[in-house]
Design a protein around this ligand. Structure first.
Ligand code: C2E
Ligand code: MG
Ligand code: MG
Ligand code: MG
Length: 284
């Protein structure tokens, strides 16, 4: 009896594994064709200066508009894209669309501010990456001073030496560099000083339970103090309530990105957001 149970367990396990592998293969094939069919598009989430209510800029966040499954969030395809190397193509595709969109808004006389884009640290292993980026900027009518790239702290700190040279080249062109999800990695403070980083983004896991969780309060205040003493800008991610925004403002963190202001929106809704929002800020 034990033997047959064992076999069943094995079969079940085996089938499940096979199914997972098949799902992954099919998702990978679909992601490849999605890139060719422009199913991957950027949404935009505003970053606000809470001290004076102005728009600092927008972060471009990838979305997959799947023809049958609807909108697929990045958590379901970015890890796969990273594992398969498709991330190079994916990131550049999102950046190209986001820059073209932004350049269009500027041409219309709107002021969307700075465009933040997410890049996997793998790009910095290619020395020609800066040239690719500059070509894209030229091609889309964009400008280096409008661009900020976000790299996660954990990815960067895994192999900082390899990235420093390329990051420095990027920095020299006038492009800003932000450390994303800050506080979740293990930054060596000596690297932080050497890296050409201009901004720290406090991870949303520390913001979620503000201003009630004592540990999160300590970490948030420490990160704000660190940024100040290193002369870096600081932005908090994931603020959902007025209480959180007020707490962050009181601690000296003015730049805020979170559902309190807006969820990430499709490009078609940004123009109205900018017009409505400027109206609100002026009325306040
Ligand atoms: P991230 O760069 O840290 O982006 C912030 C994430 O927090 C976004 O999730 C955003 O929708 C979410 N968020 C913002 N404010 C709030 C809030 O108030 N409450 C809550 N609960 N969430 C909030 P999203 O769009 O699902 O993206 C997840 C991650 O996927 C990003 O984290 C980034 O690491 C990655 N990602 C997204 N687009 C790209 C891309 O084009 N390239 C690469 N390499 N990674 C990307
Ligand atoms: Mg980001
Ligand atoms: Mg983040
Ligand atoms: Mg993240």
């Amino acid at each position: 009896q034990a033997k047959s149970e064992g076999r069943n367990t094995f079969q079940y396990f085996n089938t499940e594994l096979t199914q997972k592998a098949l799902d992954r293969l099919s998702l990978e094939a679909q992601l490849r064709s999605a890139l060719l069919n422009s199913e991957l598009i950027p949404f935009f989430q505003p970053q606000i200066d809470a001290a004076n209510g102005t728009i600092i800029g927008f972060e471009a966040l990838a979305r997959w508009q799947h023809p049958e499954q609807g909108m697929i969030p990045p958590a379901r395809f970015i890890p796969l894209a990273e594992a398969t190397g498709l991330i190079h193509q994916l990131d550049l595709e999102i950046i190209r669309q986001a820059m073209a969109q932004f350049a269009g808004w500027y041409r219309q006389g709107l002021n969307p501010g700075i465009l933040s884009v997410n890049l996997t640290v793998r790009h910095f292993q290619q020395l020609e990456f800066v040239d690719t980026l500059l070509e894209l900027i030229k091609e889309t009518g964009f400008r280096t001073e409008w661009l900020e790239i976000e790299v996660t702290e954990s990815q960067l700190m895994t192999k900082p030496e390899a990235a420093i040279q390329v990051l420095q080249q990027i920095h020299q062109t006038g492009i800003r560099i932000a450390l994303d999800d800050f506080g979740t990695g293990y930054s060596s403070l000596s690297y932080l000083k050497r890296l050409p980083v201009t901004k720290l983004k406090i991870d949303q896991s520390f913001v979620r339970d503000l201003p009630h969780d004592e540990e999160d309060i300590s970490i948030t205040c420490a990160v704000i103090a660190l940024a100040k003493s290193l002369g870096l800008e600081i932005i908090a991610e994931g603020a959902e309530t007025r209480e959180q925004v007020e707490f962050l403002l009181d601690q000296g963190c003015h730049q805020i990105q979170g559902y309190f202001y807006s969820r990430p929106l499709p490009a078609g809704e940004i123009e109205r957001f900018m017009l409505d929002y400027e109206g609100i800020a002026q009325g306040a």
